[in-house]
Write a protein that binds this ligand. Structure first.
Ligand SMILES: [Zn+2]
Length: 420
């Protein structure tokens, strides 16, 4: 199972000054900052997934400045990302950012141009996401919304054009057909249609909100018609506990930002270990935290008191880590600052105590924890939060590799037929 990390230009500055919370003078992002595959000893993923809407910008997508975009087009994806040999790249359209439109705002030719200019290894056909799932439609218990049927038809039409144009232009990347559906039968219909068009790689989209049992039901239905030579990619799905089942059903790759994003988006699962996840220590930077600043301006909080509590939390946590301060002192300092910064009145003392007691960052062998240790445990600013995300990617990939079939290198050029 190959794991792809979707790009959203997440890098860290290896020279960031954690004592003063600032970049060094003359810091240049493109030159100095590093991707997760450069920070770790070994890349924590098999490849990256790059979306056209992320690069060119559309709706909610778009993370590239004009300068970065030009640089990417000029250098190609391998040189731009400084990818090590063997790392693969999947291109996609980023259908979710235009999900509100009636039709995809990109043409098949534009998308093929994008893939060819960047030099991706595999390119996914133009698709239109279906926002809904209802197995009752398969039993005719409930009518299928018109909009879902239209979106599936659009996706399959574009896939036919994409395959034809790919062949006509003699493109160098492998075409991957996008399958959209709303139930096991509708996904299976899409896959059947795509393999009849000639696709040997098929990406299943729109499954992110589905329960695992629903994903597996779709895969089982697809298996009834799937040509054994056809392998599947799951878009946006991690769920490592189901890899063996996914693999049995012909899934050979997937992509997900979850391990990375949970580091700073999740309420609880911020710091991964092989056995469990922990809540990171919230020490927001008071001078750039909008909520704190707002309450200081409104006269509800005193700037000096806030600053002192923040400094004390940082000091106490670092002292505990260094063995010069006590656990209780660190928990108390975090709590004292939490009373000021947490507007929802939460008390995370028990979970902080738990995390501090275990000190997993001191034992983690990944390059991030070795180098930055306790700083990664703090939920504070993008440099720490992204590092924790990169640590999570590493842990996630270790778990995944543990469940991978023994042979990893060299990989067969053509996917092997599955022996049941
Ligand atoms: Zn680590």
């Amino acid at each position: 199972m190959d794991f792809y990390f979707p790009d959203s230009q997440d890098q860290v500055d290896p020279c960031f000054d954690f004592v003063n919370d600032e970049h060094r003078p003359f810091h240049v992002r493109q030159r100095d900052d590093r991707y997760a595959h450069e920070i770790h000893d070994e890349p924590p993923y098999d490849g990256i997934l790059i979306s056209k809407t992320m690069v060119d910008g559309y709706g909610t997508g778009g993370r590239y400045t004009a300068a970065q975009r030009h640089r990417l087009y000029r250098l190609g994806v391998r040189e731009f990302f400084r990818l090590p040999a063997g790392m693969k790249v999947i291109g996609d359209c980023g259908a979710f950012s235009y999900v509100a439109e009636e039709e995809p705002p990109v043409t098949v030719s534009e998308v093929i141009d994008f893939y060819e200019t960047l030099g991706v290894d595999e390119g996914i056909s133009v698709d239109h996401a279906i926002l809904g799932y209802n197995e009752a439609c398969d039993r005719n218990d409930e009518p299928t919304p018109e909009d879902w049927i239209d979106r599936q038809a659009i996706t399959l039409e574009r896939a036919a054009d994409f395959f034809a144009e790919h062949r006509e232009r003699n493109c160098s990347f492998t075409p991957m057909g996008a399958a959209q559906g709303w139930s096991p039968c509708s996904y299976a219909d899409s896959v059947q249609h795509l393999q009849e068009l000639g696709y040997r790689r098929i990406a299943l989209g729109g499954m992110v909100p589905l329960k695992s049992i629903e994903i597996i039901a779709c895969l089982a239905k697809i298996d009834e018609i799937r040509d054994p030579e056809v392998s599947l990619h799951l878009l946006g799905i991690s769920r490592p506990e189901h890899y063996a089942t996914f693999h049995k059903h012909g899934v050979r790759s997937l992509d997900s930002t979850s391990p990375f994003r949970q580091a700073f988006k999740d309420d609880k699962d911020n710091y991964y270990t092989s056995s469990r996840n922990f809540v990171a220590l919230r020490i927001p930077p008071s001078d750039s935290n909008a909520r704190l600043q707002g309450r200081i301006r409104a006269g509800k909080l005193d700037q000096a008191t806030v600053r002192a509590a923040e400094d004390e939390a940082l000091r106490a946590v670092r002292a505990y880590d260094a063995g010069t301060g006590s656990l209780l002192e660190a928990v108390d300092a975090l709590r004292a600052y939490e009373i000021l910064h947490d507007t929802k009145g939460r008390d995370r003392s028990a979970t902080y105590r738990d995390f501090l007691e275990v000190k997993p960052w001191a034992k983690c062998p990944c390059a991030i924890c070795r180098e930055w240790g306790v700083e990664v445990a703090m939920f504070r600013g993008t440099e720490r939060n992204k590092r924790r995300g990169m640590h999570n990617l590493w842990v996630f990939n270790q778990k995944l590799q543990g469940q991978k079939p023994a042979r990893r290198h060299p990989k067969p050029k053509r996917r092997q037929r599955e022996s049941a």
